[in-house]
Design a protein around this ligand. Structure first.
Ligand SMILES: O=C(O)c1ccccc1NCC(=O)[C@H](O)[C@H](O)COP(=O)(O)O
Length: 219
């Protein structure tokens, strides 16, 4: 039996009842989006309210994209997330300046530019490999070619982009990432999660954790 446990992040959460179900399903991280262009965007006051419903030991991730450093500082001070996630072109120095561990989104819609960001962000605590282009936003619902993730980065990768209950098992078996991240694939409509899809997503990840790896997948 595999001792692997792929971590799960549910992103774009906007409702306390969706967070409560995610927590009861054992989801490891909750993403709150502070990007105005997102259909799942929260203003900071609403995010602070929702953050109170996330229990200790469940990671709260605050997402920003090319935001002013003063706004990021405000997020850190008022929201007190466990991690920041930078989803744009922000340079590593700006990410570090916030003084919190951070995830860097890698835009695999532009693989060459995305993979350069890996080298620029050696200070990141982790990398979210997502489907957007370098000037796009996340939550695309699109899958990218998982073979483009460098073999050496898979074990610590957070895999995102178009995952849903119907394909996340294949994704876990093929890539064996550290974590999977989903937004639109568990929704009834943007910002409103679907309880059954949330349950099915977690069940598919756990099923894949128990399975033998695909040929060629790293252990
Ligand atoms: O989800 C959004 O609306 C979003 C907007 C702007 C920046 C980031 C955003 N999402 C970040 C995430 O971590 C999503 O989980 C990730 O992009 C995957 O989305 P999906 O393909 O819909 O599962």
């Amino acid at each position: 039996m595999s001792a692997r446990r792929t971590r799960i992040k549910f992103c774009g959460m906007t409702r306390p009842e969706d967070i409560a179900l995610a927590v009861s399903l054992g989801v490891d991280a909750i993403g709150l989006i502070l990007v105005p262009a997102s259909p799942r965007a929260l203003d900071l006051a609403r995010a602070v309210d929702l953050r109170r419903t996330i229990p200790p030991l469940v990671t709260c991730v605050a997402l920003v994209r090319d935001a002013e450093p003063a706004f990021v500082a405000d997020v850190v001070e008022r929201l007190r997330p466990d991690l920041l996630q930078f989803h744009g072109r922000e340079p590593a120095a700006d990410c570090r300046r916030a003084g919190l561990r951070y995830l860097k989104a890698i835009p695999m819609g532009d693989p060459a530019a995305g993979l350069r960001m890996l080298d620029d962000h050696t200070s990141a605590a982790g990398y979210v490999f997502d489907s957007h282009g370098v000037d796009g936003i996340g939550g695309t619902g699109r899958v990218f070619d998982w073979n483009l993730i460098p073999a050496g980065a898979r074990r610590c990768a957070i895999l995102a982009g178009g995952l849903e209950p119907g394909n996340v098992g294949d994704a876990v078996r093929a890539v064996r990432p550290f974590a999977v991240d989903v937004s639109s694939g568990i929704e009834a409509q943007p910002g409103v999660k679907c309880p059954q899809r949330m349950r099915d997503f977690v069940a598919q990840v756990r099923g894949a954790d128990e399975s033998e790896p695909d040929q060629g997948a790293e252990q």
